[in-house]
Design a protein around this ligand. Sequence first.
Ligand code: UD1
Length: 417
Amino acid sequence: MDKIVIRGGRPLKGEVVVSGAKNAALPVLISALLTDRECRYLNVPQLVDTQTTLGLLTEMGSTIVADKEGIAIQIAELSSPVAPYDLVRRMRASILVLGPLVARVGRAKVSLPGGCAIGARPVNLHINALRKMGAQVDIEDGYIVASAKRLQGAKIYFDTVTVTGTENIMMAATLAQGTTELQNAAREPEVVSLAETLIAMGAKIQGAGTSTIVVEGVGRLEGTTATIMSDRIEAGTLMIAAAITNGDVVVKNCNPEHLLSLSELLQQAGCVLEKMDNAIRVQGVTRPEALDIVTSPYPGFATDLQAQMMAFMSLAKGTTLIAETVFENRFMHVGELCRMGANIKIDGHTAKIVGVKSLQGAPVMATDLRASASLVLAGLRATGKTEISRIYHLDRGYEAMEKKFALLGADIRRVKG
Ligand code: UD1
């Protein structure tokens, strides 16, 4: 297995370009299931998760042609509406095929995702919503088996804000009979970008980006060309990298409006930020001010940036509290950060981080995607050598991360295992 080896202590300097967003690409690629026409996608990031998604679509009968500019997908006939355990196990977001499959061919068999490193992550809200839309949904041998002649519009209230739940049901509702209203819907920019893609395919959707989304079902959807939006979590990770190394970096090809909560926190910590056209410049600090941080659904501070921010706060001039309110077990990085000299204690959903003057390089192990990113950031700042193993987590969601950091002046390399 590959490792990343970093010799830390170099401030990052220069310009870096953000890739297409993993969390936008997955639902947008999967939306091709809703039509028999060809769809083209541009700016698709090269990630293990996008490959897994294309693999899933191929198993269902899609023709996929990739060239330099993008990827064309056509699912003229949906031969097998099944998402097998092996693929769902590798990528939980495979659950996103459930709604589109039932909407298009009236049946779906999708493996239950099961537990994962950051918490139980159930899919009950996806299932309940489909049932409200008239689908028969049963659990058989670890699979969700769903069927419906034609889904019916319904009023659906999500009692927890769920990103993929909102996306799944919004896709299902595009081909349903009648109007579906999603209340307490996720407001993430990735939901908006999916809605824009669906609208370009002929769907009738209003309110994406607010907590009430109304979808009026149509008889069929057409093909489209969609550009994957830039990755706000990658952009945020690069911003925190500039901050933690006391560097000076222009993060290009990002939408500063999507990064307001992080920008606010970095400024409170003492960093200097400059908003530019589709870019943000971040100048770091030797030691940040301590902060109080709470994760919450968009537009709040993203749980997907919590681990990276914790690495930064481990060097603060005081004590930081980070409350994780989205997932119940998302502190897997704490033990590894402590091995690098951080002083962090967990009490339920809150981490108490007593700032230290420096971090020291150590051999550490990645446990999930964003936890891996936090260890890379800590390694970039730490004195000496950090060796991060199990980086396949990183490859699921960051395109060429070590190359981007190397271009900014970091001493970082991938060692093939
Ligand atoms: C998505 C993102 C992930 C991000 C997360 C929260 C993608 C592919 N992944 O994950 O990167 O960390 O949003 O911003 O876009 N829940 C239930 N029942 C359900 C569904 C969710 O209880 O049926 C709970 C979850 O356990 C969690 C909370 O709702 O505690 C939010 O999860 P959700 O927004 O669904 O996360 P994902 O969509 O899986």
